[in-house]
Write a protein that binds this ligand. Structure first.
Ligand SMILES: NC(=O)c1ccc[n+]([C@@H]2O[C@H](COP(=O)([O-])OP(=O)(O)OC[C@H]3O[C@@H](n4cnc5c(N)ncnc54)[C@H](O)[C@@H]3O)[C@@H](O)[C@H]2O)c1
Ligand SMILES: [Fe+2]
Length: 407
């Protein structure tokens, strides 16, 4: 499939005046330490986290199996910190799963929560932290600013290079009855310490490297074209896309390439910063029902939707796309017509998804024509993100996009 942009008229502008008059703000995690082997610096950071005597490590079985958890708990023992590990966090956690895990914390006085894992583990850790100090059920925390109190101090250690959850005020929960994923958004979800150690991502299998890497790219791309894009989000988004575009194929094809892993991890964290400042948009809104109802991995859903939503938005975002194409070195100079540069970017994204072997059709996941209206209805409820989309999208537009993806 080839997606074609409209004919060329304008040339790329050096900069643009988008949102010059908009107010913007930015908030991120308190402290970030980064670099190969930075996990080993954890004990030096402990004093900045208060009086820690009993920690809970929230993680998944993968890290018990590959030895990372034991290495880390060895360090905690050296520092004289007592700990317990919950190693059963499920991917893309449901509200019931988080509530069950929370029940197991009852009566145990943890003064630090450490999330070691992908976005699913990090989001679970963030929610467990605020559930411990706020007397409100998880269901009532859904939405923006419903969490009243700061939670138990948190350290987040990402091991995929995708969500950027370690620097976002968001945690995503699956609600199986509504067949949807919904966000809890609160500044209290930002952690006290983030450790970005690319060596932890070396074990990430190719399929997950591809999906999470494309998720990170979509965070930055959508932030760059968001109605709320601003100078801070632009800076993180462009640098994130630059890092990811130069390394995503390498990280997928040669998982042991530490430089590529480094780029991807940093690129995904910058993507989280970009989305915190500007918000994602329709790609994410349409991806949520695919995850909530059909369990399509978040990054794969985003990758499938990206070219089609981009084509829908094209007449509103061509100039911004041309800036991305130029900044990423996909076109040279300022004389290339805007629509030609935008087309180069669309082609490049398609080329990546093919090389990364990301499925392109919903039929592979058992989705049929009769599922389309319910998917579009569910997506239309994600107004938090649809409001950021540069072009208004109706339910009929959403149905048309899902239909294009069917076969
Ligand atoms: N909070 C946010 O800002 C935000 C943003 C986007 C997405 N999300 C959410 O994050 C979740 C997805 O997170 P994800 O894409 O990082 O995937 P994930 O956390 O679900 O992990 C995917 C799989 O990879 C495995 N894995 C993780 N790290 C590994 C490693 N280093 N080596 C080997 N295996 C490893 C996990 O065990 C799991 O089986 C979704 O629920 C999504 O909605 C959150
Ligand atoms: Fe995402």
């Amino acid at each position: 499939m080839k997606i074609v942009a409209s004919p060329a008229i304008n040339t790329i502008q050096k900069g643009d005046m988008m949102n010059m008059n908009n107010l913007f703000s930015f908030q991120t995690s308190k402290r970030i330490i980064a670099g190969n082997g930075s996990l080993k610096q954890f004990n030096e950071q402990l004093p900045s986290l208060g009086n820690v005597s009993r920690a809970l490590i929230v993680t998944s079985g993968t890290f018990k199996e590959n030895g990372s958890l034991d290495l880390f708990t060895g360090q905690l023992s050296e520092a004289g910190v007592e700990f317990e590990s919950f190693i059963d966090i499920q991917p893309e956690p449901t509200v019931e799963h988080i509530e069950d895990v929370f029940k197991r914390m009852a009566g145990k006085k943890f003064d630090l929560l450490i999330g070691l894992g992908g976005g699913s583990v990090l989001d679970a850790t963030k929610l467990l932290s605020v559930m411990s100090t706020n007397d409100i059920p998880l269901k009532d925390m859904v939405g923006t600013d419903k969490v009243k109190q700061k939670g138990i101090p948190m350290v987040l250690i990402p091991t995929t290079s995708g969500t950027g959850s370690e620097v976002t005020p968001n945690a995503i929960v699956t609600f199986p009855e509504e067949e949807l994923k919904i966000g809890v958004v609160s500044r209290h979800l930002l952690p006290d310490l983030v450790i970005l150690d690319p060596t932890l991502t070396l074990t990430l299998p190719p399929r997950i490297t591809a999906a999470t890497g494309m998720d990170a790219f979509v965070h930055s791309f959508e932030s760059f074209i968001s109605n709320k894009a601003n100078p801070i989000s632009d800076m993180f988004a462009l640098e994130s896309m630059r890092l990811i575009s130069r390394s995503i194929i390498k990280a997928y094809e040669e998982g042991s390439d530490l430089q590529a892993r480094h780029d991807m991890l940093l690129g995904s964290t910058y993507g989280g910063m970009a989305l915190t400042a500007a918000g994602t948009a329709a790609v994410h809104a349409l991806a949520y029902p695919l995850g909530g109802k059909f369990n399509i991995p978040h990054g794969e859903a985003n990758s499938m939707l990206l070219p089609h939503v981009t084509l829908f938005n094209l007449d509103h975002i061509e100039e911004r796309m041309a800036i991305v194409a130029r900044e990423l070195g996909m076109v040279e100079g300022d004389t290339v017509p805007v629509s030609e540069a935008a087309q180069v970017l669309i082609n490049k994204i398609q080329e990546w998804t093919e090389r990364l072997n990301i499925p392109q059709k919903l039929e592979k996941f058992g989705i049929k024509e009769e599922d389309v209206p319910a998917l579009a209805t569910a997506a239309s409820k994600v107004t938090r993100l649809l409001n950021n989309n540069p072009k208004k999208m109706t339910i009929e537009d959403m149905e048309a996009i899902y239909r294009r993806l069917l076969k």
